[in-house]
Design a protein around this ligand. Sequence first.
Ligand SMILES: CC(C)(COP(=O)(O)OP(=O)(O)OC[C@H]1O[C@@H](n2cnc3c(N)ncnc32)[C@H](O)[C@@H]1OP(=O)(O)O)[C@@H](O)C(=O)NCCC(=O)NCCS
Length: 201
Amino acid sequence: MSDTTGIDVLSDAAPFPPSPIIALKNVVVRPYQSEDLETMCHHANNKKIAQYMMNTFPSPYTLEAGRYWLGMKLEEQTNPSKKPKDFVIAVDEGNTCIGGIGLKPGSDVQERYMEVGYWISEEFWGRGITTEVLKAFLSFVWREYPNVERLGGTVYSGNEASVRVLKKAGFVHEGTMRKHVWKNGEFKDLLVFGLLREECV
Ligand SMILES: CC(C)(COP(=O)(O)OP(=O)(O)OC[C@H]1O[C@@H](n2cnc3c(N)ncnc32)[C@H](O)[C@@H]1OP(=O)(O)O)[C@@H](O)C(=O)NCCC(=O)NCCS
């Protein structure tokens, strides 16, 4: 019933799918749950996705990698001192994980900054889903994190789809860090986007 990740314990205790934080017409954003393991790994296991993600998003995206990620997320979700920052993007009334969206908080002098990141299954690209989700997620973040004044998004050069998503959600291209990223044996520039709270009210 239990293992070191605690995943099985949570699945026994909680109804699936969990309540969404955002409910759109065909898509919801909700916390992770152990039942997400297989669908999440199925959709995440795609080099075209991994090429634009940090190396912590592996390729191939194995069940073992998925278990590790879910273990961390489920632990965070049960820790009352931590606010959940990573969520599932799901279809089929929340049952099927097709992607993820999350926040990386800044620290020290950047404590009032957070970076947003996301991915979605290739089967669902080009339907406007991420743009719609990101816009709704921004409202959630400004409301849930009243101290945060600036949100960022960083994109590797060549990722035009993500640039479009950020721009459509209101982010401004603030600059480019040349050859900042070493990914799959190649240098990439890092495009830095930002959005201020006052630009959204
Ligand atoms: C980036 C990503 C999340 C976009 O998801 P999506 O749901 O397809 O995004 P949307 O449909 O909301 O918007 C995509 C936009 O990019 C455009 N687009 C897609 N490919 C493009 C390309 N090669 N060149 C230019 N524009 C492109 C689409 O036409 C659309 O813009 P439009 O509405 O003006 O026509 C998805 O492609 C993905 O998961 N990529 C891999 C992981 C990733 O890059 N994550 C972000 C890291 S910063």
